[in-house]
Design a protein around this ligand. Structure first.
Ligand code: S3P
Length: 263
């Protein structure tokens, strides 16, 4: 065997070892998840991820190709999160709630914690139509926009393990609720009108609130929608006074409880 062949054999042995380690590592990730579930522990533990990164940085101190190795560990972490997500949720998570209830923020946090794809309905619709939501309302009218929402929900049924952040009006159509439930668990986020007002008062991308940014109007519209929101929801989470981690942890726990009840 010449020297090049010998090096290739050694490389292949390294690959086998890496593969072996990855298989073991992924099994440990699943075992950790099962342990947390069976001991009713907090599922999302961002502090632990920080500790792992710190440990890795200590071990990498002065090692050659640090950047390339870090890149691989980033992928490992990302895929561990994906394994956890698939273990926990074999369906889409559909986020509903009034404008400013935190759907986008919580969807982003959840998707970061579990490396899940986020589908921000308003953003996708605006991108596909090549115009903002207020412009769609203005040019084509609300009904046209609502039809786009329904079609997008149907399209999402082909996916799984995605966080779908719905526009606030989506659950108002009964058909939409039927479509979102076909492959999704529906999470309703709620907040007091005062909290909503504070969150939306400086933005201009919500045509329904543009000339009505005041607490009584928000409270009235919210009350009008409440029955339909609650009827659509599989779980409800109050967001006032809670941070993103608390909200997401409550969300995960409630979804797990739902699974237990379904068994
Ligand atoms: C709407 C909510 C908005 C957007 C549109 C209509 C509604 O989304 O879809 O302005 O009817 O509640 P957000 O809830 O994300 O603001």
């Amino acid at each position: 065997m010449n020297h090049l062949d010998e090096l290739r054999v050694r490389l292949s042995v390294c690959d086998e070892q890496i593969l072996d380690c990855l298989i073991k590592r992924n099994m440990i990730v699943e075992d950790i998840m099962k342990y947390k579930e069976s001991h009713n522990m907090q599922i999302i533990q961002p502090e632990q991820e920080k500790r792992q990164t710190q440990k890795l940085m200590e071990n990498l101190n002065g090692v050659r190709h640090t950047k390339e190795i870090l890149d691989i560990f980033d992928r490992i972490t990302y895929n561990s999160k994906k394994i956890q997500a698939r273990h926990l949720f074999n369906y889409n998570i559909v986020m509903i709630g009034f404008m400013g209830s935190g759907k986008s923020t919580i969807s982003d946090y959840l998707s970061t914690m579990f490396a899940m794809e986020t589908v921000e309905m308003d953003q996708i619709i605006a991108k596909r139509e090549g115009m903002s939501i207020p412009d769609i309302f203005e040019v084509y009218g609300e009904e046209y926009f609502r039809n786009l929402e329904t079609n997008l929900l149907i399209e999402m049924q082909a996916k799984s393990n995605v966080v779908i952040s719905c526009g606030g009006g989506v659950p108002m159509r009964e058909r939409n609720v039927v479509e979102m439930k076909k492959n999704g668990r529906v999470v309703l986020l709620t907040a007091k009108p005062e909290t909503i007002y504070n969150r939306v008062k400086d933005s201009h991308d919500r045509p329904l609130l543009e000339n009505n940014k005041n607490i009584p109007y928000i409270a009235e519209l919210m009350e009008k929608r409440r029955v339909k929101y609650e009827a659509a929801a599989d779980i409800i989470i109050e967001t006032d006074g809670k941070d993103e981690l608390e909200i997401c942890e409550e969300l995960v726990q409630k979804l797990l409880e739902m699974d237990e009840k379904c068994i």
